[in-house]
Design a protein around this ligand. Structure first.
Ligand SMILES: Cc1ncc(COP(=O)(O)O)c(C=O)c1O
Length: 434
């Protein structure tokens, strides 16, 4: 595990998160349970936004709320003074109901519906990121009817392949997202938007992928984007105010990932800021307002999922399975892209690890696995298992598959815990059944 002050082993050998041990958490809330360490989330927001301010000046950290969206998270993020991005009507609605300042929201999506565009303009969302020609037309019509001018960014595709899993590479030339710089379509959409009276083109956005540790990838994105800003200035006399470089900083899941300190995360922002300032100077372009959209790195390592071990099946000479009371309905990431996790016996953190287990979920799918080949003490039914780094893309990807209830989300801080999302009931599952 990646220990810190708010994620540690206490004297009795229990895992403790935010000053609350797992036995207390299980007794109060049951399992499966998503636990979020608020202090970690706050520290990450602070380190990113302080570094941006100090190293660059004008800019905004916008938490990518697709990583974990619920009212309490928007409140925490807002209390840290940062912005957020959203990718659906549901995320916009949640943020608005949580009292989030909508001017600090950036709205993404490769196929936003009319309803979502109406909603975003009604709410006064600060920036809408255009991802198709027809979207620009639709949004201009909506803005005209409301007699407003909507600020927009364009999602461009700088053609960088970040070193990450194929499915989460988003800025290759072949991508459902964005307009490619290399084939000229980025310039076409820019011209298209410039002709619209109710859209103000404020800048460009790119997102080169996720779970990226190489800072070279971000620096390359800065170079490519500023080359393009220079081209737009030189050839069209267009000087853009904003540059949004997306998210993507990597986090620790297993010991094959790097364990980054707060200072090392700050270094990513520092490197981006330093290179962007240098590129602007060298290329003689206006220094843009810089937006970064980290999601996973803000909430990922803040999260731990607690399960109770159920049936244990030892297939001689092949594998030991332990099944838990959760599965792909609360964490589909193994099933989606073989994501890897670290698992511990959370009440016996100091015990000798002697046996390899595959942690299986309870869904009717043989691909319903949480983690493979985890070295653990000999397990007993009924004990608590903890899966680390589940704060991002777990609750937000949860489903009611097999009509399982989505587990509650509990926030821990300074030895206290509270619900962020209450447990579902079986009646919740029937709510919309006719
Ligand atoms: C447009 C955009 N911004 C930000 C993010 C956040 O990325 P991460 O959670 O890796 O920081 C994503 C993730 O897919 C994204 O698509």
């Amino acid at each position: 595990m990646n220990q810190r002050e708010t994620l540690k082993i206490n004297n009795t050998g229990y895992l403790e998160i935010g000053g609350v041990d797992v036995k207390q958490l299980k007794a109060e809330y049951g399992t499966p349970l998503y636990v979020i360490d608020q202090t970690y989330v706050e520290n990450m927001c602070k380190i990113f936004s302080d570094t941006l301010k100090h190293e660059y000046g004008e800019g905004l950290i916008a938490y990518a709320s697709k990583a974990l969206s619920c009212k309490e998270i928007y409140r925490i993020i807002n209390s840290m003074g940062i912005g957020a991005d959203a990718v659906s009507g549901g995320e916009l609605y949640t943020a608005q109901k949580a009292g989030f300042p909508m001017q600090k929201i950036i709205f993404h999506g490769n196929n936003k519906t009319n309803e979502e565009l109406e909603m975003a303009t009604d709410y006064g969302v600060g920036l809408i990121v255009i991802d198709s020609f027809s979207e620009a037309d639709k949004l201009n019509d909506i803005a005209e009817k409301k007699s407003i001018v909507q600020s927009v960014l364009v999602r461009v595709n700088p053609g960088i392949e970040a070193h990450t899993h194929h499915y989460i590479q988003t800025a290759k030339t072949d991508s459902k997202f964005g307009f490619s710089i290399s084939d000229g379509s980025a310039e076409e959409i820019i011209e298209h938007i410039r002709c619209k009276n109710h859209l103000k083109l404020s800048g460009l956005h790119c997102h080169i992928g996720s779970q990226i540790f190489e800072n070279k990838s971000f620096i390359l994105a800065v170079e490519k984007m500023t080359d393009f800003y220079k081209k737009l200035k030189d050839e069209k006399g267009l000087e853009l105010d904003i540059l949004n470089l997306g998210g993507g900083f990597g986090i620790w899941y297993t010991d094959s990932d790097r364990k980054l300190s707060y200072t090392q995360y700050a270094d990513y922002v520092k490197d981006i800021a330093t290179n962007l300032k240098k590129c602007c100077e060298n290329k003689n372009i206006k220094k843009p307002y810089l937006i970064l959209e980290p999601g996973r790195s803000i909430v990922g390592e803040a999260g731990v999922t607690l399960y109770t071990a159920g049936s244990i099946k030892e297939i001689k000479g092949i594998k030991n399975y332990v099944s838990v009371d959760g599965g792909m309905f609360d964490n589909p990431r193994f099933a989606l892209y073989q994501a890897k996790y670290t698992v511990e016996a959370a009440e016996r953190m100091k015990d000798k690890k002697t046996k390899l287990y595959t942690i299986a979920g309870k869904c009717c799918e043989s691909g319903d696995i949480i983690a493979e080949d985890c070295l653990l003490p000999e397990l007993k039914e009924g004990e608590i298992l903890a899966v680390f780094s589940t704060g991002a893309y777990n609750y937000s990807m949860a489903s009611n598959y097999n009509r399982n209830k989505i587990p509650p989300v509990v926030i821990v801080k300074d030895g206290k815990s509270r619900y962020a999302v209450k447990p579902q009931t079986y009646d919740d599952l029937l709510r919309n059944d006719v």
